[in-house]
Design a protein around this ligand. Structure first.
Ligand SMILES: [Zn+2]
Ligand SMILES: [Zn+2]
Length: 347
């Protein structure tokens, strides 16, 4: 079968690899659509760990892709919860099931946590092997395209659920990439009143407006914080940091009101400074989330009932053969793109 395999930094190859087989407790999924994520770009440009993952035992070369949907085409003999023919969205976490965090149900905090598509062969392939409990059934009215958006939506939705946001609150979102946009949809669904979005790209801000931002601010301006404080009578309840940079974190801390909260969702590539004095003076808090746990069914329900319309976040659909040029390189160079979906097979 065809797959997009990571060999080395900037060396992603679409090549023929062996079709995988199911083992105990696993299902085989024919992938319909797979989204390209910021962490795929990070793996592409900066590299992956070359050590074998403690749970999957796999190390590069491996197939990328952790945001995907598909159809179950085979199940192992002992699988009882899933059936051939079911349309599913994949929850790609890998965890041990035995450590303290796992035993308490906090599987996203497993000491050995990993991802299908980063530490085990993933969804930029015709077929993927998945543990039966990580394949979530899609209702008829949720398309495979929307199914591929369930994973990144779960990241944002979980962060919003874990944040202090209450209906009627005002919020600011720093960063209008896919996670920022999906956070925007989630805070809207949760009842935020004013939703301010800050980004450096006018095209991304345009998209944020289309998705319901009440105010957009270009991050090049030097009065970002003053503007936010002015619009919100002294600060927002929650600032969502979806950019992962020093200036955006500094602005986030400065933008929250007394007792407010900074929720860090983005991955920070290097350590940054936080003005603790400012946080302390406002008795505000700063917190973070890693991925998600126990929310895929809710996210699928939110999409199915129309509470979260994720379709506008998809800006382009491509074939697997074109993934490097039309997918990865385009996302690195063209800020107009939000989510690009890849179709691994034509049949
Ligand atoms: Zn991702
Ligand atoms: Zn564990």
């Amino acid at each position: 079968m065809k797959a997009a395999v990571w060999h080395d930094i900037k060396d992603l190859r679409v090549e023929e690899i062996q079709e995988p087989n199911v083992s105990s407790g696993q299902v085989k999924v024919k992938v319909e659509w797979a989204g390209i994520c910021g962490s795929d770009l990070h793996a592409y440009s900066d590299g992956l760990s070359l050590e074998p993952h403690p749970i999957s035992g796999q190390k590069p070369p491996l197939t990328l892709g952790h945001e995907f949907s598909g159809t179950i085409v085979e199940v192992a003999d002992d699988v009882t919860s899933r059936q051939v023919g079911e349309r599913v969205a994949i929850e790609p976490l890998i965890y041990c099931g035995e450590c303290d965090a796992c035993k308490r149900g906090y599987y996203n905090q497993c000491g050995k946590v990993g991802f299908v598509g980063l530490q085990r062969d993933g969804g930029f392939a015709e077929y993927v092997i998945i543990d039966e409990n990580m394949a979530h059934v899609l209702p008829e009215n949720v398309s495979f395209e929307e199914g591929a958006l369930v994973e990144p939506t779960a990241v944002s939705f979980y962060a919003v659920r874990e944040s202090k946001l209450k209906a009627g609150d005002s919020v600011v979102i720093f960063g209008a990439g896919p996670i920022g946009l999906l956070t925007l949809l989630s805070v809207r669904a949760a009842g935020a009143a004013k939703i301010i979005v800050v980004d450096l790209s006018e095209e991304r801000l345009e998209k944020a407006k289309e998705l319901g931002a009440t105010t957009v601010i270009n991050g090049m301006r030097d009065d970002i914080v003053e503007t936010i404080l002015g619009l919100t009578n002294g600060g927002v309840s929650v600032a969502y940091e979806c950019a992962g940079a020093q200036p955006t974190m500094t602005h986030a801390v400065a933008s929250v009101k007394q007792g407010g909260q900074v929720m860090a969702i983005a991955v920070f590539a290097k350590p940054i400074a936080v003005d603790m004095g400012q946080l302390l003076f406002k008795a505000a808090d700063i917190t973070s989330t890693l991925a998600y746990r126990h929310v895929f069914p809710e996210v699928i329900d939110m999409i199915s009932t129309g509470r979260l319309d994720v379709k506008p976040v998809i800006t382009k659909k491509i074939e697997l053969e074109d993934i490097v040029e039309e997918g990865f390189n385009q996302l690195i160079n063209d800020k107009k793109q939000a989510k690009i979906l890849v179709k691994p097979s034509n049949n």
